[in-house]
Ligand binder design. Sequence first.
Ligand SMILES: Nc1ncnc2c1ncn2[C@@H]1O[C@H](COP(=O)(O)OP(=O)(O)OP(=O)(O)O)[C@@H](O)[C@H]1O
Length: 299
Amino acid sequence: MTTLPDFTPPDGPLAVATAVPATAVAAAAAAAANAAPGVPSRAGTLEALAVSAWFGSRKVLEQVSLTMPAGRVTALIGPSGCGKSTFLRTLNRMHELIPGASLAGEVLLDGTDVYDPARRLTDARRDIGMVFQKPNPFPAMSIYDNVLAGLKLTGTRAGRAEKDQLVEECLTKAGLWREVADRLRQPGGALSGGQQQRLCIARSLAIRPRVLLMDEPCSALDPTSTRRIEQTIRELAHEVTIVIVTHNMQQAARVSDSCAFFLAEHGTPGAIVEHGPTAAMFGHPADPRTADYVNGRFG
Ligand SMILES: Nc1ncnc2c1ncn2[C@@H]1O[C@H](COP(=O)(O)OP(=O)(O)OP(=O)(O)O)[C@@H](O)[C@H]1O
């Protein structure tokens, strides 16, 4: 498990091994077909097509294909070391920041290739935000400025009134506004862990992503803060696609619409054993390994 900062680094040299050319028209049609009812087709359907990943010569993901539909919460579950976080990082091009890391396959956001060499790295990060295991606000920066921190990094300009409105909107969506409205100038580091995590969610929302990736966002939090974040996730899912890595099966069952079960058996690279609607994955999984995992018999 790695915890990387959730701001956008400058464009850097790519470490992508191969990328299958995007079949954009077909993919766009597929994205529209996969969008949840009532959600516009360009609202953030993410598709991984045969994604494999390596650290140096070691392959850690094998041909992972998964559609994460717009306006839905997809949970990635599986035992430690099966490649969930690595897969998550391939979705917004964070994997390529790790020295020696490489990947193959394709990631499409609403039918557009996230790895298209013509696209800037910052575009992928703007569209696909990330929240990490450990809350990582800028501790000395005010709550207000923390929310807006991503705007500078993406080169977005806004006037004072616009900023005020955006701060209120994002803190409200993150479920934090009522708790901090009267102390926006206090440092982000003065908040509780759960509040800091919701501040990080607000910061991610301020650059208006289509997708929010969350890597075990509650694992450092107490049960009350965890429930508050889960409530926030459900509220946000109406407007942003969410992909969440979690070890907590109750949490996966509570927050997600669909689940993908990853496994790396006997030293083989991680792969998806089974994916589908959460109720089916927990209620009557097709594969006995899924049944064993969701029922806590291993992992
Ligand atoms: N920076 C890295 N360098 C080399 N190997 C790595 C690196 N990060 C992860 N790995 C390896 O890749 C494999 C997949 O790791 P990953 O963190 O994606 O799994 P995970 O399912 O998210 O695990 P966890 O649930 O424990 O966080 C593991 O064998 C891990 O040791």
